[in-house]
Design a protein around this ligand. Structure first.
Ligand SMILES: Nc1ncnc2c1ncn2[C@@H]1O[C@H](COP(=O)(O)OP(=O)(O)O)[C@@H](O)[C@H]1O
Ligand SMILES: [Mg+2]
Length: 158
């Protein structure tokens, strides 16, 4: 695997959200535009809205269950209409070996896998990883940047 950090060709799209509802809507619209399973590293400081973004992903995948932070379980999976959502959080992950034990590569197909704090362990991500970077501007205003590898960009109508 090649770490996403050294990739040269990422296409960037930037959105701004001024409410939880907008973050959910942006996440849902983007997820609907995904044609295949995807691996996403969701980045940004505590409280920026990463888990709320994942709630929007779940809406788009027709998941009825309430999405909550997987901080203590590392991984939570939800069955959607057509795809499964795998929601992970690396915030409390201490050892890189714990990631290998999860066997991530076995469940990427036909699913959307989204990892909060993925940037804590960047070297495990393949070049096809999508990075979503959230920044707190002020108050409820957030910047949401999508960094898409070429092949994903071409398969995404967003
Ligand atoms: N535009 C916004 N998008 C997402 N969350 C927002 C926004 N504005 C305010 N918030 C608040 O920020 C917090 C984000 O929490 P959460 O999604 O758990 O963050 P994280 O997972 O990044 O730690 C929530 O309390 C939410 O109500
Ligand atoms: Mg969170």
């Amino acid at each position: 695997m090649v770490a996403y950090q050294i990739m040269t060709s990422l296409r960037k799209k930037i959105f701004f959200s001024s409410s939880v509802e907008q973050t959910v809507a942006i996440a849902a619209a983007w997820t609907r535009s995904l044609q295949k399973g995807a691996l996403i590293s969701l980045e940004g400081p505590l409280g920026v809205g990463k888990t709320h973004f994942v709630k929007g992903v779940a809406v788009a995948l027709n998941i009825k269950e309430e999405v909550s932070s997987p901080t203590f379980s590392l991984l939570k999976s939800y069955q959607g209409g057509e795809k499964t959502l795998h929601h992970l959080d690396f915030y409390r992950l201490e050892k890189e070996e714990e990631i290998l034990e999860l066997g991530l590569e076995d469940y990427l197909e036909n699913s959307v896998t989204i990892i909060e704090w993925g940037d804590r362990f960047p070297k495990f991500f393949p070049t096809t990883t999508i990075r979503i970077v959230m920044k707190l501007i002020e108050g409820n205003l957030r910047e949401i940047s999508f960094l898409l590898p070429d092949e994903i960009y071409e398969n995404t109508s967003f």
